[in-house]
Design a protein around this ligand. Structure first.
Ligand code: PBG
Length: 372
């Protein structure tokens, strides 16, 4: 094989030894090594081949750039709360506020004008209880916000986060059953509430729903509920591989959704598991997800890459709250270049396989990119 001379071949031998350890992933690596060797023509060696030739000028670099960032890929998360003319800053997320519906409309208008095509809504209800009533109330906070946004900005794509944690007095994403050992999060009864919540969001006018609860079977339950209500054309963007992560820390202040006891590890994924993530994603695909999301983003680029490679579905990545806060904190200290770091991180997330970028920095990013 012309291209597979000494370097790649040695590589192949080593990789074949790995077969006994883990056949599937080794085979995968072998095929990538092969593709890599074959894509390089036989003479492609120094000094005939000099990669620097195409790095000489901005024009050349632009011509051969493999990955592009554009405002059209961005989604801005917005936290909506009751009240009027209210902007409550979130301490750990400089520049992000809990907004009353009128202020959320202003925020969305500014984002949309900057070139951001979509928002993702989270709600902070007036009151919380043990059945998350506020999540599926016709006049719930998200439902109100959706109506206003779709009326005033019909072109803006309005996505809603479908979860119960913000609406539960205990802060968990499902119904809690207390027993002598502590508490359990009940899966199947929770599905009914999620399905009801999703339908109520779409009833209010949401363009797409994004379940983030990590209960088993939620995508199917939501798909069935939407279809029964006649919303057969409303897509589901599932938080398909969502990990139990310390990177959500600042969000819990933002959404007032910190669990009052325990943690989310009985439903969100273990950060150590990549193969399980692929199984989670496969289930959501079977259940009817239209867009697959990986979350968090930057620390999970391997998962993102594998999800995109294995499934080839439209894929979203959520650059979560702490990813944003860390950049803001370092930038406020003058330690990093905020714009350059943000753009490079998003580019890396795109390179790994994301089509859609959900980020709190969406409006700034759209401006930096000059819109569109
Ligand atoms: C709700 C939800 C969370 C996030 C998005 N949806 C928090 C959590 O699971 O604890 C995190 C987003 C972020 O950190 O920016 N379940």
């Amino acid at each position: 094989m012309p291209g597979a001379t000494y370097g790649p071949q040695t590589d192949l031998v080593i990789r074949f030894e790995a077969v006994s350890r883990d056949t599937l992933s080794a085979l995968h690596e072998v095929s990538s090594a092969y593709t890599c060797a074959m894509s390089v023509y036989p003479g492609a060696q120094f000094p005939q081949y000099r990669p620097r030739r195409l790095r000489q000028s901005a024009v050349f670099r632009n011509l051969v750039r493999e990955t592009h960032l554009s405002a059209s890929q961005l989604v801005l998360p917005i936290f909506v709360r009751p009240g009027r003319r209210t902007r409550r800053p979130i301490t750990a997320m400089p520049g992000v506020c809990q907004l009353s519906v009128d202020e959320a409309l202003k925020e969305a208008t500014v984002a949309h004008q900057a070139g951001v095509p979509a928002v993702l809504l989270f709600g902070i209800p007036e009151t919380k209880d043990e059945k998350a009533s506020g999540a599926y109330a016709t006049k719930g906070i998200v439902q109100q916000a959706v109506r206003v946004l779709k009326k005033e900005l019909p072109e803006l794509v309005v996505i809603t986060d479908v979860c119960l944690c913000e609406y539960m007095s205990h802060g968990h994403c499902g119904i809690v059953q207390r027993n002598l050992q502590g508490a359990r999060i009940l899966n199947d009864p929770t599905l009914k509430l999620l399905a009801r919540t999703a339908a109520s969001h779409v009833e209010a006018g949401a363009d797409m729903v994004a379940p983030s609860d990590m209960m088993d079977g939620r995508v199917r339950a939501i798909r069935e509920s939407l279809d029964q209500h006649g919303f057969i054309d409303t897509p589901i963007m599932s938080y398909a591989a969502k990990f139990a992560s310390a990177f959500y820390g600042p969000f819990r202040e933002a959404a007032e959704s910190a669990p009052q006891f325990g943690d989310r590890r009985s439903y969100q994924m273990d950060a150590a598991n990549a193969r399980e993530a692929l199984r989670e994603v496969a289930l959501d695909v079977q259940e009817g997800a239209d867009i697959l999301m990986v979350k968090p983003a930057l620390a999970y680029l391997d998962i993102l890459y594998r999800v995109k490679t294995e499934f080839g579905y439209p894929t979203a990545a959520y650059a979560v709250s702490a990813e944003y806060s860390m950049v803001k904190a370092a930038a406020a200290n003058g330690w990093i270049d905020e714009q350059a770091i943000t753009l490079e991180s998003l580019l890396a997330i795109r390179r790994a396989g994301a089509d859609i970028l959900i980020t709190y920095a969406a409006t700034d990013v759209a401006r930096w990119l000059g819109g569109k």
